[in-house]
Design a binder for this molecule. Structure first.
Ligand SMILES: *[C@@H]1O[C@H](CO)[C@@H](O)[C@H](O)[C@H]1NC(C)=O
Ligand SMILES: *[C@@H]1O[C@H](CO)[C@@H](O)[C@H](O)[C@H]1NC(C)=O
Ligand SMILES: *[C@@H]1O[C@H](CO)[C@@H](O)[C@H](O)[C@H]1NC(C)=O
Ligand SMILES: *[C@@H]1O[C@H](CO)[C@@H](O)[C@H](O)[C@H]1NC(C)=O
Ligand SMILES: *[C@@H]1O[C@H](CO)[C@@H](O)[C@H](O)[C@H]1NC(C)=O
Ligand SMILES: *[C@@H]1O[C@H](CO)[C@@H](O)[C@H](O)[C@H]1NC(C)=O
Ligand SMILES: *[C@@H]1O[C@H](CO)[C@@H](O)[C@H](O)[C@H]1NC(C)=O
Ligand SMILES: *[C@@H]1O[C@H](CO)[C@@H](O)[C@H](O)[C@H]1NC(C)=O
Length: 611
C-alpha cells in the first residue's frame, strides 16, 4: 500500500533549512525511495497500526513459494514468513520480534500488527520459481505523534532583573524526533544573552524507541510581562507531513519592587468631621504589594508599623494635619493633609428657663467652626426672622427656641440647642359686666392673666356659682364668664389662683330689674391673699424692714378695711399698700371709684325714669 503523501511532498520539496534538516531526512528518504527506476516502495504507518506490505511482484504461474525477509545494514537478512504455492500452507519463522504479529495472505501481502519503531526496516518479498528468484523490497516508516506539549516545573513567580527558570516544555513519546519552540504572546522566543536561555534535551526510551523532548526556558521578565502568555509547540512529522501541537498557555506572576507609595483616606464622604473614623490606606505599586508600612501620625512621636490600613477612631479637631506613610525601610514616602471639620454651638441660656413676666432675658447663640456656618432660629418649629432677645418678657414669648447651625460643605455636620422658655406671672384679674339686650340676664366676665394658668372660682353673696363659659387660654390670658339674673343686688367675687398667688376681685351687680349703668364696666384685681413671690422679693430687698412693714401693713389694712367698709371702698388701697401692687391697680381703683359714683347717679336716674 502506498501513501500518496510522499509524491506530494516531493513535488513541493523546498531546500530544507538547517534546523529542520534532521527532521526532513526521513521524509527525504521516503521521497527518494519512490523515484521511478529505483523501484523502492515505502509504507508509512502510524505507531501501533497494522503495517500492510503488498508484495509488488507479478505472481508467476510456476511459482513454488513466496517468502518475506528483512534486511538490516551489515547483518545477514532474516526470513520471517513462508507460503507454499503448491501446498497452500503458511509457515512463520521463529523470530521473537514478529511472533504472533505477522500474517502472510494468499496474494503474498504481509501484514504486521501493532507497528513498532523497530519495524522501520527494509522488508523484501521473494517469489521463487524453478528457474528464478524475484525480489521486491519495501521500506517501512513508522510515525508516532508526540503528546501535547506541557509546560511543567513552572516557576511560582518570576522576578524582574532576574534570569530564572520559567519552566520546562515536555512533549512525550514522539517519533521521529520533533523539535520544541517557546513563544511569548505568540511570538517565538529566541535565546538572548542574559535574558532568554533555552536548553534542549532529548530522552530516548530504549524499549519503545520513542523520543521525549524537553526544553527548559530561563527568562528574565519585565513588568510588562505581567499578563504575558507563555506557550510552547512541538513540530514533528506525521505520515502526511509536518504537524505542530501547541501547549496550553501559562501566565506567570511577575514580581517587581515598589517604586511609589500612596496614602489615601478610604471614605464614602469627601469630608471628615469630628466623631468620624478615618481609615488611612497606604499602598505600594510593587508586585506583590507591600504588606507593611510605617504611618506617621501627627502627635505621635514614633511612626506606627501597620498593615496597609490604619484607622483613627472618633477623631477630634486636633487630628487635622499631615499624615504620611512609607515603606518599612523608610524609603518611598507619601503624605496627605487631613482637615477634621467641627462645629460648636453655644446657646446661653439653654434648657428650661423660668422667668417672671416683665423680666429681661438676654439670649446669645454663638458658633465656632472650621468653616463659615450660619445660624438659624426656630420658635415652636417656625422659623424666626430675627435673633430673639427680651427686654421685657411677655407671656407670648414663652416657647421652645432652637438655635441651629449647619456646615453646608460637610455632610452631616449640624448642631442645635434648645431653650425652653417659661414666662410666669401671678394672676391678674379684670372684671366686667353687661346686660343682655333682652334684659333677661347679665353677663359678668372675669378676665384673668397669669402663668401657670390660674384656676378661677366664682362666689357671690348668694353662694358658689358655676362657671358658664371659659375662653381659650392664649398667651397667658383667658376669660371666665357667668350669666346671672339676680333678684337683688349681689356682690360677685372672682378668685384666680396659681402656684404663685391667689388673687381675688369683686364686682357689685345690681338686681336684674336695675339696668347696669356702665355695661362694660371693668374692675381689676384688688386683693392678693398670698404673697409667695412678692413676699420673697420684699425679703430680698428689705430684709430688715420686712417684719415691721408687714405688721404695720396688716394693722393698717385691718383699720382701713374697717373704715372703708363704711364708705364702700374696702380693700383696694389696703391691698395696694401691703402688696405693692402693680402700677395699673391704682389707676383702676380711681376708675372704679369714678364708676361707682357714676353708677350711683345712673341708677338714681334709672329709678327716676322707672318711677
Ligand atoms: C491471517 O489472516 C487471515 C485472513 O485475513 C486470518 O484468517 C488469520 O487468522 C490471520 N492469522 C493471523 C496469525 O493473524
Ligand atoms: C491481498 O489479500 C489481502 C487480504 O486477503 C487483501 O486485503 C488485499 O487487498 C490483497 N492485495 C492484492 C494486491 O490483491
Ligand atoms: C468608629 O469605629 C468604632 C469602632 O470600630 C465604631 O464603634 C463606631 O461606630 C465608628 N464610628 C463611626 C462614625 O463610624
Ligand atoms: C486631641 O484632643 C483630645 C481631647 O479632645 C485628646 O484626648 C487627644 O489626646 C488629643 N490628640 C492629640 C493628638 O493632641
Ligand atoms: C467666610 O467668612 C469670611 C469672613 O467673615 C469671608 O471673608 C469669607 O468669604 C467667608 N467664606 C465663605 C465661603 O462664605
Ligand atoms: C353647679 O354645678 C353643680 C354640678 O355641676 C350643681 O350640683 C350645682 O347645683 C350648680 N350650682 C349652681 C348655682 O348652678
Ligand atoms: C341696689 O343698687 C342700686 C344702685 O346700683 C341702688 O340704687 C339700690 O338701692 C340697691 N338696692 C338695694 C336693695 O340695696
Ligand atoms: C358693693 O356694695 C356694697 C354694699 O352694697 C358696698 O359696701 C361695696 O363697697 C360695694 N363694692 C364695690 C366694689 O363697689
Amino acid at each position: 500500500m502506498e501513501s500518496p503523501a510522499p509524491a506530494a511532498a516531493r513535488a513541493r520539496r523546498p531546500l530544507p533549512s538547517p534546523s529542520l534538516l534532521v527532521l526532513r531526512v526521513g521524509w527525504l528518504l521516503a521521497a527518494l525511495c519512490l523515484r521511478p527506476g529505483l523501484g523502492l516502495h515505502t509504507v508509512n504507518t502510524v505507531y501501533g497500526d497494522t503495517i500492510v506490505l503488498p508484495c509488488h511482484l507479478e505472481i508467476p504461474d510456476d511459482l513454488m513459494f513466496g517468502k518475506w525477509k528483512y534486511e538490516i545494514a551489515n547483518k545477514p537478512s532474516e526470513f520471517i514468513a513462508f507460503r507454499s504455492a503448491t501446498k497452500k500452507n503458511v509457515q512463520y519463522d521463529d523470530v521473537p520480534e514478529y511472533k504472533d504479529r505477522i500474517n502472510l495472505s494468499e496474494n503474498y501481502t504481509l501484514s504486521i500488527n501493532n507497528a513498532r519503531i523497530s519495524d522501520e526496516k527494509k522488508f523484501v518479498c521473494m517469489l521463487v520459481t524453478e528457474e528464478n528468484v524475484f525480489e521486491q523490497p519495501t521500506i517501512v516508516k513508522v510515525f508516532k505523534q508526540p503528546s501535547q506539549p506541557e509546560i511543567v516545573s513552572r516557576a511560582e513567580f518570576l522576578e524582574t532583573e532576574q534570569l530564572k527558570m520559567l519552566g520546562q516544555c515536555v512533549a512525550k513519546d514522539g517519533y521521529p524526533k520533533g523539535s520544541l519552540i517557546w513563544f511569548k504572546n505568540g511570538v517565538v522566543l529566541q535565546p538572548v544573552d542574559g535574558t532568554v536561555a533555552i536548553y534542549e534535551q532529548t530522552n530516548l526510551d530504549k524499549a519503545s524507541g520513542l523520543y521525549t523532548l524537553v526544553s527548559s526556558l530561563e527568562y528574565k521578565p519585565t513588568k510588562e510581562d505581567t499578563d504575558a502568555q507563555f506557550t510552547c509547540t512541538v513540530t514533528y512529522f506525521g505520515p502526511t507531513g509536518q504537524e505542530t501541537i501547541r501547549s496550553e498557555p501559562v501566565v506567570f506572576d511577575i514580581h517587581y519592587p515598589t517604586e511609589r507609595v500612596k496614602i489615601e483616606v478610604v471614605s464614602q464622604r469627601n469630608t471628615i468631621k469630628e466623631g468620624d473614623n478615618i481609615t488611612l490606606k497606604c499602598s505600594g505599586n510593587g508586585n506583590p504589594p507591600p504588606q507593611e508600612f510605617l504611618f506617621y501620625i501627627p502627635g505621635e512621636p514614633e511612626p506606627i508599623r501597620s498593615s496597609s490600613l490604619y484607622v483613627l477612631i472618633d477623631v477630634r479637631r486636633n487630628a487635622s494635619g499631615e499624615y504620611r506613610c512609607s515603606l518599612t525601610d523608610e524609603s518611598l514616602m507619601d503624605s496627605i493633609i487631613i482637615t477634621v471639620h467641627y462645629l460648636d454651638l453655644s446657646l446661653i441660656p439653654s434648657g428650661e428657663v423660668i422667668k417672671q413676666i416683665g423680666e429681661a432675658l438676654p439670649v446669645s447663640c454663638t458658633i465656632s467652626s472650621s468653616r463659615n456656618a450660619t445660624i438659624s432660629w426656630l420658635k415652636d418649629n417656625a422659623r424666626l426672622r430675627s435673633i430673639p432677645s427680651f427686654s421685657s418678657l411677655q407671656y407670648q414669648d414663652a416657647g421652645n427656641y432652637i438655635c441651629e447651625t449647619t456646615l453646608q460643605e460637610v455632610e452631616g455636620l449640624k448642631k442645635r440647642q434648645i431653650l425652653t422658655l417659661i414666662v410666669q406671672g401671678k394672676p391678674q384679674i379684670k372684671m366686667s359686666k353687661r346686660t343682655s339686650t333682652d334684659g333677661l340676664y347679665k353677663t359678668v366676665a372675669c378676665h384673668v392673666e397669669g402663668f401657670p394658668k390660674p384656676a378661677v372660682q366664682w362666689t357671690s353673696t348668694g353662694g358658689v356659682i358655676n362657671k358658664t363659659e371659659e375662653t381659650k387660654y392664649i398667651n397667658g390670658k383667658f376669660t371666665s364668664k357667668i350669666k346671672i339674673a339676680p333678684e337683688e343686688n349681689v356682690t360677685l367675687t372672682c378668685i384666680a389662683e396659681n402656684q404663685l398667688e391667689r388673687t381675688v376681685n369683686s364686682l357689685n351687680v345690681s338686681a336684674i330689674s336695675i339696668p347696669e349703668s356702665d355695661e362694660l364696666e371693668e374692675k381689676t384685681d384688688d386683693n392678693r391673699e398670698n404673697a409667695s413671690d412678692q413676699a420673697k422679693l420684699i425679703i430680698g430687698i428689705v430684709v430688715g424692714l420686712l417684719l415691721a412693714a408687714l405688721v404695720a401693713g396688716v394693722a393698717y389694712w385691718v383699720c382701713m378695711k374697717k373704715s372703708k367698709e363704711a364708705n364702700g371702698e374696702p380693700e383696694k388701697e389696703a391691698a395696694q399698700n401691703i402688696q405693692n401692687l402693680p402700677r395699673s391697680a391704682s389707676k383702676h381703683v380711681d376708675k372704679d371709684l369714678g364708676n361707682i359714683e357714676e353708677n350711683k347717679k345712673l341708677e338714681e336716674n334709672n329709678h327716676k325714669s322707672e318711677a
